[in-house]
Design a protein around this ligand. Structure first.
Ligand SMILES: [Fe+2]
Length: 164
């Protein structure tokens, strides 16, 4: 398998994170107690799928000739690591707030990776990657913001002195 360049590795990571995000939003959807929050998570699941699809399309660009298999392997590894992290964080006793707390971390991590990919591509100048990051960064920024606002809304509605 060909060696991964820095940009290839980061592209594999954002793909793996998008694949893991699909599973995470579905899992938190099962913990959600209100229809509005479930709808929000459904939309995030769809956008994670769309993001992964767009990453896969970019792998067919000539800039990644001969590297697709290695990048997909990187994506699998990242997906597995992120999914293990979720299983550790969200055990059997996880509640809705735990779910959104996990998403606050996961979405912030995704945003960070996307901005790093975008920065790497400033010098590489691959048009297909530029198009991909300009789609994904606003989407991921919004996910991070929604996860944080929802976690705070749930926390604000909890009785701080009750025993859970
Ligand atoms: Fe996301």
């Amino acid at each position: 398998m060909s060696e991964l360049r820095n940009l290839d590795e980061k592209l594999g990571e954002v793909l793996g994170l998008a694949q893991a995000a699909k599973g995470a939003t579905q899992k938190v959807g099962k913990l959600a107690e209100e229809d509005e929050r479930r709808r929000l998570l459904d939309q995030m699941t769809e956008e994670a799928e769309e993001t992964a699809r767009r990453c896969e399309t970019v792998l067919d660009d000539a800039a990644f000739d001969g590297r697709k298999t290695a990048i997909l392997a990187q994506a699998r590894e990242t997906r597995q690591e992120a999914t293990e992290m979720m299983s550790t964080y969200l055990g059997d006793d996880a509640d809705e707030l735990d779910g959104f707390e996990f998403l606050v971390m996961a979405e912030a991590g995704e945003v960070g990776h996307w901005k790093i990919l975008d920065t790497l591509n400033e010098r590489a100048g691959i048009a297909a990657v530029r198009e991909l990051t300009s789609y994904a960064i606003p989407v991921q920024d919004r996910h991070e913001q929604l996860a944080r606002e929802t976690a705070l809304a749930i926390a604000g509605a909890e009785d701080p002195l009750a025993v859970s």
